[in-house]
Ligand binder design. Structure first.
Ligand code: OGA
Ligand code: MN
Length: 296
């Protein structure tokens, strides 16, 4: 039997994430790729710099993690690659080739679906010299930093997520919608405190954008609680800031992180990322069970 591959890694932040050094993903053998997926499963996020990945390489790599998920706005996928979504401010023949400023607010991906994506991968094709950093928050650490009584008070709360609310209220990354698109993406309910299916750790799985309210809480109290928890979870002590270079691959586990993009001078610079998603499961609440929609 081949010796297990030992990868050289360093934490992105104490106790969170791993940069994997010395691996060329497009050329790596099966054992090495398996070791990369294991580092991912154990650390919440991985970074590999200096990669050269064409669309076929990206698809082969993402398949190591599970089944790729499709993207809601099909017009921004790479021609011939429906599972590769383009983030870009580039205009070709008068048409944007990608979604611009798509992820600029703290959130977790595909939270408006019953089964949000397990992980997100971004591959940097072109990046501005300044701005457009991506920030990741370790929301397991944030949950654990809450006082015990507060954790108990939050453990059973349920969050109302809405694609329609998200698209109608967003400031950055506005896109065209339709009644059909809204019908395909009905509102869903998810736990505020999410238990990781692999290791049982609990995360403060709050978000913004798709979050319409907290079940059973009047407004503005629900929105105030969400704002307070997002502010708590995204304090510097829980956040890793990634400054992009061309060829970077950054992947995060949406079950235990929040993320946000940041703005850049889009009158001067082009940013282009290729994004891939892996299908996920129904989120589990603190008690280990999925939550159900409240009775109307
Ligand atoms: C996303 C996202 C952040 C970024 O694509 O889901 O949040 O920095 N992107 O582009
Ligand atoms: Mn996102």
């Amino acid at each position: 039997m081949a010796a297990k591959v030992e990868l050289t890694t360093r934490e992105l932040k104490p106790g969170f994430g791993a940069e994997i050094l010395g691996v060329d993903l497009a050329q790596a053998d099966a054992e090495t790729l398996k070791a990369v997926t294991e580092v991912f499963q154990n650390s919440g996020a991985i970074l590999l710099r200096g990669q050269k990945m064409g669309p076929g390489d990206l698809m082969a790599f993402i398949n190591q993690f599970g089944e790729p998920e499709g993207h809601t706005l099909g017009e921004y996928t790479l021609p011939g690659y429906p599972k590769i979504y383009v983030l870009s401010n580039r205009i070709v023949d008068g048409r944007p080739i990608g979604a611009h400023n798509d992820g600029v607010v703290w959130h977790t991906d595909y939270s408006y679906r019953q089964e949000p994506v397990m992980c997100t991968m971004l591959y940097a094709v072109e990046v501005p010299p300044v701005g457009s950093d991506t920030l990741l928050a370790d929301i397991v650490a944030a949950y654990n930093a809450l006082p015990e009584a507060r954790r108990e008070a939050l453990d059973d709360l349920v969050v109302h997520h809405s694609f329609q609310y998200f698209m109608e209220s967003r400031v950055y990354g506005k896109a065209e919608t339709s009644p059909e698109l809204f019908a395909q993406n009905p509102d869903v309910f998810h736990p505020l405190i999410r238990r990781h299916p692999q290791d049982g750790r609990k995360a403060l799985w709050v978000s913004t954008g798709t979050v319409k309210g907290i079940v059973g809480m009047p407004e503005p109290e629900g929105a105030q609680l969400v704002d307070e928890l997002v502010a708590f979870a995204t304090q510097d002590e829980f956040v890793f800031r990634h400054r992009w270079e061309v060829g970077d691959v950054l992947m995060w586990d949406n079950r235990c992180t929040l993320h946000t993009g940041t703005l850049f001078d889009d009158t001067k610079y082009i940013r282009q990322m290729h994004r891939l998603w892996v299908k996920g499961d129904r989120p589990l609440a603190a008690n280990g069970q999925p939550v159900f929609a409240p009775a109307a």
